[in-house]
Design a protein. Structure first.
Length: 418
């Protein structure tokens, strides 16, 4: 290891940002203690702001020590397509026409689950929707699942325990649920082309194991809280629809087009602008678009890209120094403190790797994707949607970690023993 000054500072700020995500409630407390400075404390108390804030600290350091051109040159060498895509797909997937279609599909499936309506609907939201991440991308699946869970369960005053257990299972299920295909999950996308992994390879080596783990996780959470879920009123047989079918079909076309051109920012941004025009023209069929939430999530991911790009100097050496078993568990643990897509990308840079190394790296990266808000790109989207239903409108990172551990253990068993 021979890191540059910028890499060492970047790693230090990255560590500070990770620690900051666990201290957001403390900053919110400071806002109440010091009302004259509440603005800055509220800003620092926003989880979605954390990595963007410390990324700007890094850029200021670069400008002071390397001149005004240093941060510009650095930023122009990075790729911010993923943050832009997550912002856009989150807004489109959360539009009322898409949500109504999703609700109709979930209710249709729930009718075939031999359980109480609310219990069956909860199971479908936690088991089937995360698997959609393999087709409409994980950020879109997370957005849909989080919104449906929020509107049908979180908003009805469910218990503190159920909120966190649902959150942990949702984050883990979305992370592993995107592995049925080779084109929808960020950590898989980073390596599929280079390693020649197609859909059949993904389903045969990852997908069926992930699907089994997703259903087990959803089933366990449903079983543990069956009594509480039965007390809720969720009509799985309702057929209410307020949006006409032509508009729903148009929005599905927008969603498919944006997903298809996910790696071409010029195209999907153009489609998004056209979507905004249609949404404005048919405002009476739309609720408020999630522009603010989507922008905050995009800012979070952009900050993660900015700081994460300077972590290669130590991460790559750590990865190459492990055997396959240690690599699996090491990747699971490392994913909790760095985005899993960044982890698999660094692994793809290592030459001469065998199939066992590649499987362990990707399996470990997706397994640990639910442990923290920064572990997987879609997590900030779910975090932004659901946090308003928690005490003080804040999700305790330790609470997420603790409740995500059991479903993570199920994923470990699936990928290691099957």
């Amino acid at each position: 290891m021979n890191p540059s000054m910028f890499e060492m500072v970047g790693t230090g700020l990255f560590a500070v940002a990770v620690a900051h995500t666990f201290l957001t409630k403390y900053f919110e407390h400071l806002a109440h203690l010091q009302p004259n400075h509440a603005g800055i404390w509220h800003l620092l108390g926003e989880v979605e702001v954390v990595f963007g804030f410390w990324a700007f600290v890094l850029l200021i350091f670069m400008a002071v020590t390397g001149g005004a051109s240093a941060p510009t040159t650095y930023l122009e060498g990075l790729n911010y397509t993923e943050p832009a895509f997550v912002f856009i797909i989150m807004v489109v997937a959360a539009s009322r026409p898409i949500l109504e279609l999703c609700k109709m599909g979930a209710r249709a499936l729930a009718r075939y689950v031999p359980l109480n309506d609310s219990v069956a609907f909860y199971f479908v939201c936690l088991a089937v929707l995360p698997l959609l991440g393999s087709f409409i991308t994980e950020p879109a699946a997370m957005t849909l699942a989080a919104l449906m869970l929020r509107d049908n369960f979180y908003a009805k005053g469910i218990s503190h325990r159920l909120k966190y257990v649902t959150l942990g299972a949702l984050f883990v299920n979305v992370s592993i649920g995107g592995t049925l295909t080779h084109f929808a999950a960020p950590p898989v996308l980073m390596v599929a082309g280079k390693w020649n992994w197609d859909m059949w390879y993904m389903f045969g080596h990852f997908g069926w194991k992930a699907a089994l783990a997703v259903f087990v996780n959803a089933g366990v959470a449903t079983f543990l809280f069956t009594r509480e879920l039965k007390a809720l009123t969720v009509d799985a047989r309702s057929k209410d629809r307020t949006v006409p079918w032509p508009l729903i079909i148009a929005h599905v076309a927008f969603l498919i087009g944006i997903v298809y051109f996910a790696h071409h920012a010029i195209v999907f941004v153009g489609l998004f602008l056209l979507f905004l025009g249609v949404a404005e023209g048919y405002r009476h069929y739309h609720d408020r678009l999630m522009l603010r939430e989507g922008l905050l999530v995009g800012f979070f991911l952009a900050g993660l890209v900015t700081l994460g790009a300077l972590q290669q100097w130590w991460l790559q050496d750590v990865l190459t120094g492990m055997d396959t078993t240690a690599l699996f568990f090491g990747a699971t643990a490392l994913t909790a403190i760095t985005d899993n897509a960044a982890l698999t990308y660094l692994g793809s840079l290592v030459e001469g790797t065998d199939e066992a190394f590649r499987y362990s790296l990707v399996a470990g990266a997706v397994t640990g994707g639910g442990l923290t808000v920064i572990a997987n790109a879609p997590n900030p989207a779910g975090f932004a949607i659901l946090r308003g239903n928690f005490d003080d409108e804040a999700i305790n990172p330790l609470g997420l970690l603790v409740t995500a551990l059991p479903p993570t253990f199920v994923a470990i068993l699936a990928f290691q023993l099957l």
